[in-house]
Design a protein around this ligand. Structure first.
Ligand SMILES: Cc1cc2nc3c(=O)[nH]c(=O)nc-3n(C[C@H](O)[C@H](O)[C@H](O)COP(=O)(O)O)c2cc1C
Length: 285
């Protein structure tokens, strides 16, 4: 049976992220998957040290936190449902802490990308006008851990549990459970992106260049925008879609052609860097 893991990134017990994630998981279970629920606030996740030991040795230098446990849970799950509250325009900080640790899966890339792993996220905020990066930044988590995004939900309420007052939120959460389960069971049920949304990750945030070329700020795909009869259109090719930043091909190339060679490049310049660093080491702050 397929396994769906749910990760709640809010500290508020029975808060909005909590209850909507529970709805999504219950519906995934009703749709025939095995489910497991985790509250991230029950675990100890430390900040990435930036040493890249996970890439070069296959082992993280942080020995006293729960990231290996969390990665093991994600690695062995086929589906992922993640919910998080928005704090100051973006998902709560713990989401970024987990994203930054994602090189932990470098050694398992072939295994992870060799399977059909799908995800959907729930972004909860007080007000739709103050949540411009909720979906965009929360979707980086499943992408970084090797999942394909198949649906998402934005829900708006402030007090804990207040999302339950609007049936639309509950139905939306249930839909995510159904979509994730169906996609795992080989039934095509992915949410269609709206016009102007990234076809890979549903982002509405793009970097513009003067010529009309755009790049998705979440998954890095290229596209083109054009204005016709007062209407903007985003177009992408199948090649654009396949070559997103979190695809297996790009992840492999990033590791093999960029990160791994960066070590020798650094070592070749180590003496020159040491010399330039002396000034800063002599300063007493
Ligand atoms: C520190 C803090 C910052 C917040 N920043 C935003 C924000 O930028 N935009 C927004 O729409 N809501 C913001 N909110 C409201 C929460 O996103 C909202 O209350 C949400 O329902 C909390 O979800 P939870 O119950 O799952 O924790 C903020 C709340 C807190 C506590």
């Amino acid at each position: 049976m397929h396994k769906v893991l749910g990760i709640n990134c809010s500290c508020r017990r029975y808060g909005n992220s909590d209850v909507l994630l529970q709805e999504a998981l219950l519906s995934a279970r009703e749709s025939g998957t095995e489910v497991e629920y985790l509250r991230l606030s029950d675990y100890n996740i430390k900040q990435c040290r930036g040493c890249l030991s996970c890439v070069f040795t296959g082992r993280c230098v942080i020995k006293d936190d729960d990231m290996p446990f969390l990665w093991d849970k994600m690695k062995t799950s086929d589906g992922l449902l993640v919910s998080a509250p928005t704090y100051v325009f973006s998902p709560a900080g713990i989401v970024k802490m987990v994203i930054d640790r994602a090189f932990i899966c470098a050694k398992d890339l072939d295994d992870v990308f060799g399977r059909n792993r799908v995800a959907a996220i729930i972004s909860v905020a007080g007000n739709s006008e103050w949540n411009p990066l909720g979906v965009e930044n929360l979707n980086v988590l499943p992408l970084a851990y090797g999942y394909r995004i198949v649906d998402y939900l934005e829900a708006y309420a402030t007090g804990p549990g207040e999302v339950l007052l609007d049936e639309k939120n509950i139905n939306g959460a249930k839909r995510l459970g159904v979509t994730v389960a169906a996609e795992l069971q080989g039934k095509s049920n992915r949410k269609n992106p709206e016009p102007g949304q990234c076809p890979v990750c549903y982002s509405k945030s793009f970097h513009f260049s003067g010529s009309g070329e755009v790049m998705c700020c979440t998954c890095g795909i290229n596209g083109r925008v054009s204005l016709s009869e007062g209407k903007w259109t985003l177009t992408t090719t199948p090649d654009d879609i396949q070559n997103h930043f979190f695809s297996y091909k790009h992840r492999r190339e990033h590791l093999d052609n960029w990160i791994i060679p960066s070590k020798d490049k650094f070592l070749a310049n180590r003496e020159a860097i040491k010399e330039r660093l002396r000034k800063y080491k002599e300063v007493v702050w």
